[in-house]
Design a binder for this molecule. Structure first.
Ligand code: ATP
Length: 732
């Protein structure tokens, strides 16, 4: 039979499946249908295609079209082509010219450009050279241009084109996948989320009740819950969120949820709650493997048995040992001493306590004690600043956990940890400070890379804000009651700096702190301001004029505003703009998105750039600004580095006169101002206020209303995190 080509849309799979043999119902442009059969790598369901094949006659099914190959037809919408031409892929073509070209040639634009480029010279502003260049770029892009037009036409970023082509092996294959099963791209391509693919699916006419849509939403809800810190979701919450996203009947979603659970793409488990706990397969693995490693850790031996000079170890560390670890004249408390003993006996020990309760002093003792026995003691913390403080207070090197695990590029060019179960870290005792900031994936990586028989001391304050990432490791370990905990509560810190510490402890215990004048110099203030706009004015005046004088520091560096939120009169966005303007000394500015960056601005880098050794949270001052770039000076004790950022790169820089309390975790500042206003009521929680207050070393000013302060102290739970680690660790 003769080979034929026909254009039609694959409407339904009549027999077979998505892959392998399938019989399809094709709909022709005139509305007629016909049956097609063939072998498919992937049935392009819903996509309009050019089908190549021949008709044959089947004794039972009648006339059908046997497909030998097909290509997906470019879904040319004029808007897509217009956006594609204006996307920056074609030099010298902006939105106006793109519109003029498309107005003249409509959906045929790309074909015209390909077949008769000079024809577009009739559009004003297009020269012979430009027409030629356009045609060349288009030819160069080949099938990628179809993909580009498709993406931009559906409101997706052109930047996804390369990623998609990479994943699916070319522009044509990517197009085919986008059209046949847009939801599959969520799992395959970073940067495509449920909403994007759902929009696309809706434009392609994919049924709102299609199982692939419901499945994608259910998986998306689980993934998104990670961003709120959860490791699992209770079944009813999972379902409700998916129903809200899909806008369809709950029964349909529930049926699909059951199917997913049966397929092990998600795992449902019964904990103490009457309802099921639903995990994505990945996070279920993370939690169960973490629990397994922790259980194995519990079987470890005494630390001193492993060490060179073990004979020197006496059962009870004596008073002399106490002196050794602390100041020469200071004896450790029984509790502090017990840490050393417990660390020897137990592979994992937890040390907690608020500010000034002697945690650092206890750490110093542990370090020097085990070093004398010949141990290699490794010190680390989740952030660079916390690691630096730990190094200073112990007089030993300390590093970030990421560095300890040797974060870097592997042979395939992907970022990952150089230390893992096959290439473990080296050391006998690992002391990790600020443990409340460790998220579940990082903790797993630490456990996985721990050398055999190593011991771990986690030090932290569970009343601080939890980690930015998912999980609440420190709390879970404490709640499990499986590991020895020393909880220091006596506040040793006296005299200087004790006002802030006392106020912070009040908040920690749920008491409203009193800010009365004491002694010659007050270090803790509460200034009442009813109106948010007035409070903002006052904060800016304090930050730029009054406090620098009071403390004797440079306004650009010494004063830190910590706000609960970005938004609002006293949110970080507005305060940064106000302080930056107030401190402005010349007209050199760089516009980056919505923001204006000025010379002299304190800025924070918000990404991890391992190549430049620049990390999320690093702060510096803008030294100079030119037309399309700026230079930031980062100073780090001994090291001073100047780095240039293009306008594009500068998107990762935020002004940092005011930062969120979340971003301040693990850092300390000599003077801190905290707005405590009703406008941020949704964020006024005890943990947040407490974390903000404990960032201040020598001066703390709260600005706000008494009622907002009371609200912040009263509201206890930040937001509940659903994690199952403590349940999993408990002996049942
Ligand atoms: N057993 C002790 N007896 C007397 N003073 C102590 C004792 N332990 C610690 N201190 C003193 O109390 C103060 C706070 O101690 P340390 O820095 O160890 O506490 P911390 O819990 O680490 O505080 P922060 O978390 O605020 O850094 C220090 O001045 C320290 O010398």
């Amino acid at each position: 039979m003769a080979t034929q080509r026909l254009r039609a849309t694959a409407e339904k799979i009549l027999a077979g499946g998505q892959r392998g043999f399938a019989a399809l119902r094709l709909r022709l442009p005139n509305g007629d249908t016909l049956t097609a059969i063939g072998q498919f790598d992937e049935v392009p369901l819903g996509a309009e295609c050019d089908w190549v094949g021949s008709f044959e006659f089947h004794p039972v099914h009648g006339r059908q079209f046997r497909v030998s190959s097909f290509t997906v037809v470019l879904p040319t919408s004029t808007l897509g082509v217009e956006r594609f031409l204006a996307s920056g892929a074609f030099r010298g073509i902006g939105p106006k010219t793109a519109k003029r070209i498309v107005d003249a040639f409509g959906v045929r634009t790309l074909d015209v450009l390909r077949e008769d480029p000079q024809a577009i010279r009739k559009v004003p502003g297009i020269s012979r050279a430009k027409a030629e260049e356009l045609a060349n770029v288009l030819a160069e892009k080949g099938e990628m241009s179809r993909l580009g037009a498709f993406l931009t036409g559906h409101g997706m970023g052109i930047h996804l084109a390369d990623k998609l082509a990479d994943v699916y092996g070319g522009g044509q294959a990517a197009l085919q996948m986008l059209q046949s099963d847009p939801y599959q791209t969520i799992a395959d391509v970073r940067g495509i989320g449920f909403r994007t693919s759902d929009q696309l699916a809706s434009a392609l006419g994919i049924d709102r009740l299609a199982p692939s849509r419901v499945t994608a939403a259910l998986l998306h809800v689980l993934d998104a819950s990670i961003e709120n810190g959860h490791i699992y979701l209770p079944y009813s919450m999972w379902l409700e969120e998916a129903v809200a996203l899909l806008g369809i009947e709950k029964e349909v979603v529930a049926a699909e949820a059951q199917r997913l659970m049966a397929r092990a793409s998600v795992v449902a488990e019964q904990h103490e709650l009457p309802e099921l706990c639903v995990y994505s397969a990945r996070h279920y693995r993370l939690e169960t493997q973490t629990a397994a490693l922790l259980r194995a850790l519990k079987q470890g031996r005494r630390l001193s048995d492993e060490l060179l000079h073990a004979d020197a170890f006496r059962d009870e560390p004596s008073d002399d040992d106490g002196k050794e670890g602390a100041d020469a004249t200071q004896s450790l408390s029984e509790e502090q001493l017990s840490v050393t003993r417990l660390v020897d006996d137990h592979p994992l020990v937890i040390l907690t306590g608020g500010p000034g309760t002697g945690k650092t002093t206890a750490i110093r003792h542990v370090v020097s004690f085990f070093e004398r026995l010949g141990a290699k003691v490794v010190l680390a913390a989740p952030t660079g600043k916390a690691a630096k403080r730990l190094a200073q207070s112990t007089d030993r090197p300390a590093q970030t956990i990421h560095r300890l695990l040797e974060m870097g590029k592997n042979a395939q060019g992907r970022f990952g940890f150089g230390r893992d179960r096959s290439h473990r870290m080296e050391g006998n005792l690992f002391i990790i400070d600020e443990a409340s900031m460790i998220d579940a994936p990082l903790f797993y990586s630490v456990l996985e890379a721990l050398p055999e028989q190593a011991h771990v001391l986690l030090v932290g304050d569970p009343e601080q804000l939890p980690a930015v990432g998912p999980g609440m490791i420190l709390k879970d370990l404490i709640d499990s009651s499986q590991f020895p905990i020393v909880s220091l509560s006596f506040v040793f810190r006296q005299g200087l700096h004790s006002q802030i510490v006392r106020a912070a402890h009040d908040v920690r215990m749920g008491r409203i702190p009193q800010f009365k004048e004491e002694g010659a110099r007050q270090e803790c203030f509460f200034i009442e301001k009813d109106q948010a706009a007035d409070a903002a004015e006052l904060i800016v005046d304090l930050a730029t004029r009054r406090l620098p004088r009071y403390v004797g520091c440079d306004a650009r560096q010494g004063i830190q505003i910590l706000s609960p939120m970005k938004r609002g009169y006293t949110g970080t966005d507005r305060l940064n703009e106000m302080v930056s303007k107030r401190l402005q000394t010349n007209d050199d500015t760089l516009r980056v998105g919505e923001r204006t960056l000025r010379v002299g601005d304190r800025v924070m880098y918000t990404k991890n750039d391992y190549e430049r050794e620049l990390f999320n949270g690093d702060t510096g001052l803008i030294e100079s600004v030119s037309r399309d770039s700026l230079v930031v000076r980062f100073t780090d004790d001994t090291l001073e580095r100047r780095m240039e950022f293009t306008r594009n790169e500068a998107h990762a820089l935020i002004q940092a006169f005011a930062i969120s309390v979340h971003k301040s975790q693990g850092s300390e500042y000599s003077a801190v101002i905290v707005p405590v206003m009703r406008e941020h009521a949704v964020m006024l929680f005890r943990q947040l206020l407490y974390t903000a207050m404990t960032r201040a070393k020598s001066l703390l000013v709260l600005v706000g209303t008494q009622s907002a302060l009371e609200l912040a102290v009263r509201q206890e739970q930040m937001n509940q995190r659903f994690t199952g680690l403590s349940w999993r660790l408990k002996d049942r």
